[in-house]
Design a protein around this ligand. Structure first.
Ligand code: NAP
Length: 334
């Protein structure tokens, strides 16, 4: 009997948060494998803010087509193979899509499936989080920020998957690290557990004064995940010749608003602003993952996950990123 594959298919482009009817649960038959292909059973899906962008518009990747399985990174296990590269039992990561089974092919560079090793102290989900796209993004973003001992680093969305790791890398480099996050619980986690020097809840009315108090020497590096008002305030406290690592502008993703800010502080403070997209660093992923793995093993970085159970809950999980319902890396357990 042929096997069925449950998938979330994009039916319409979201207007704000993901609404019922934007992604529809559908069933398709798992196709017969051709030579060179393997069938991987998806275990975990990475839930990333960029998915909301992929649902709506062309960006650094084309928008997902209407009627296509929604694009997503995933961790999967090979269950059948006609490929020389992937054998039964191999664990892989790549663009699996929001579905239970993915047909993978080592020649398909766009979906970029790679085998991951069994490392005793690492959970499988680490390959989507601390050693996956978000950990790697924090690593290369902080490389762009070029932190020096004693400098002040401010990270926005600081209790999220990327921000929480970026801030801890700042601590490794000897920076004073201040995180901006949207709940007191998140602020407590990043200061008490992760070692940030201070945290500011941007939902409190006096957050701008609190940010000023937390950055008495001004700000040398801004690891920016949010954009809009949060970024505007951080830029106003930047020191001359500071660096702005433009990682994300999540405050604009659901609003069709670019989340941009006034450039006057960039000019007056002579700031260096650099945007980056993690896929440009693909040739150095192994080097960075090795370093992140060492830091994790020696307790220099800690990570946390928000795991949502069930493929059908993926739209809710995507929305959590925009309502702040997640802490650390957000995953769907399929
Ligand atoms: N450049 C790249 O290659 C690359 C790669 C990966 C991720 N990113 C970017 O990095 C950022 C973080 O991604 P992530 O995967 O690590 O997600 P995440 O930080 O785990 O989750 C997103 C967080 O953003 C915060 N947020 C949402 N809307 C906000 C708003 N309007 N104002 C302020 N904060 C808001 C929420 O926390 P609060 O409770 O604190 O509001 C939420 O928990 C995103 O901008 C993403 O696009 C970029």
């Amino acid at each position: 009997m042929s096997m069925m594959n449950r998938q979330l298919v994009l039916r319409q482009r979201p207007k704000n948060l993901c609404a019922p009817g934007d992604l529809e649960l559908a069933e398709a038959t798992v196709p017969e494998l051709n030579d060179g292909e393997a069938l991987a059973q998806v275990k975990y899906l990475s839930i990333d803010p960029t998915m909301r962008v992929w649902m709506a518009v062309d960006s650094y990747l084309p928008a997902v087509g209407i009627g296509e399985v929604m694009r997503a990174f995933g961790f999967a296990e090979v269950v059948e193979s006609r490929s020389k590269e992937f054998k039964k039992g191999d664990k892989v990561v790549g663009l699996a899509g929001l579905q239970e089974y993915a047909v993978i092919n080592a020649d398909d560079k766009k979906r970029g499936f790679q085998k991951v090793p069994n490392i005793p102290f690492l959970s499988d989900t680490a390959f989507l989080g601390v050693l996956g796209i978000t950990g790697l993004t924090a690593f290369f973003g902080m490389e762009i920020g070029a932190p020096k001992k004693g400098e002040t680093l401010v990270v926005s969305a600081a209790a999220g998957a990327t921000g929480s790791i970026a801030g801890q890398i700042g601590k490794i480099h000897g920076c004073r690290v201040v995180g901006i996050a949207g709940t007191d619980e998140k602020c407590k986690w990043i200061t008490e557990e992760l070692g940030f020097d201070a945290a500011v809840n941007y939902k409190h009315a006096d957050w701008k004064e609190k940010l000023a108090a937390a950055t008495p020497q001004g700000i040398d590096i801004n690891f920016e995940n949010v954009g809009g008002e949060v970024m505007q305030e951080v830029l106003s406290r930047m020191n001359l010749f500071g660096r702005v690592v433009l990682c994300g502008l999540i405050s604009g993703y659901t609003k069709g608003d670019p989340g941009l800010v006034s450039f006057s502080n960039v000019l007056v403070k002579r700031l260096r602003v650099q945007g980056f997209i993690i896929i440009d660093f693909a040739s150095r992923f192994m080097e960075a993952a090795t370093k992140l793995g060492q830091w994790k093993m020696f307790g220099k970085i800690k990570d946390r996950e928000t795991i949502v159970e069930g493929l059908e809950k993926a739209p809710e999980a995507i929305n959590m990123l925009f309502t702040g319902g997640n802490i650390g890396k957000t995953l769907v357990k399929v």
